[in-house]
Design a protein around this ligand. Structure first.
Ligand code: 5GP
Ligand code: ZN
Length: 113
C-alpha cells in the first residue's frame, strides 16, 4: 500500500514527530496553516472516518488524548486550539489515512471556509 502517512509511522519517511505512543503518532504538517499545525494519526491505516469500525472506537479517544497532551506541551491549552478531521471530497480530505489536524498559535474564524 502506498500511503505516505504509513511511511511516516514506519519511519521510512522522516516526519517531524512531536508526540507518539503505542496507538498514535503526531508530526508537524509540511504546509502549516498556523504557527502550530500538527497531524495526529492512528498507527493503524484507516482511510477515512467512514472506515472506522466499532473495534476502532478507542482510537478516537486516543486522538483526543494526544491533542490534549500536545496542547499542554506547547503551552496553548489555555489560549485554545482547533481540531479538525476532514472526510472525503466535500470535507477537503487529500491524504487517505485518517488524521486529526491540531491547529494553534493564532485565532481561527468560524464558519470555516
Ligand atoms: P487533509 O487535506 O487530507 O485533511 O490534510 C492532509 C495534510 O497533510 C495537509 O495539511 C498537507 O499539508 C499534509 N501533508 C501532505 N503530505 C505530507 C507529508 O508528506 N508530510 C507531512 N508532514 N504533511 C503532509
Ligand atoms: Zn496509511
Amino acid at each position: 500500500m502506498d500511503c505516505i502517512f504509513c511511511k511516516i509511522v514506519d519511519g521510512s519517511i522522516k516526519g517531524d514527530i512531536v508526540y507518539e505512543n503505542d496507538d498514535v503518532v503526531a508530526f508537524r504538517d509540511l504546509n502549516a496553516q498556523a504557527p502550530h499545525h500538527i497531524l495526529i494519526i492512528p498507527r493503524k491505516h484507516i482511510a477515512t472516518v467512514n472506515d472506522f469500525t466499532a473495534e476502532d472506537a478507542s482510537i478516537f479517544g486516543q486522538l483526543g488524548q494526544a491533542a490534549k497532551q500536545i496542547a499542554g506541551d506547547l503551552g496553548v491549552a489555555e489560549n485554545g486550539y482547533r481540531l479538525v478531521l476532514n472526510c472525503n471530497d466535500d470535507g477537503g480530505q487529500t491524504v487517505y489515512h485518517t488524521h486529526m489536524h491540531f491547529l494553534a498559535g493564532r485565532t481561527f474564524t468560524w464558519p470555516p471556509g
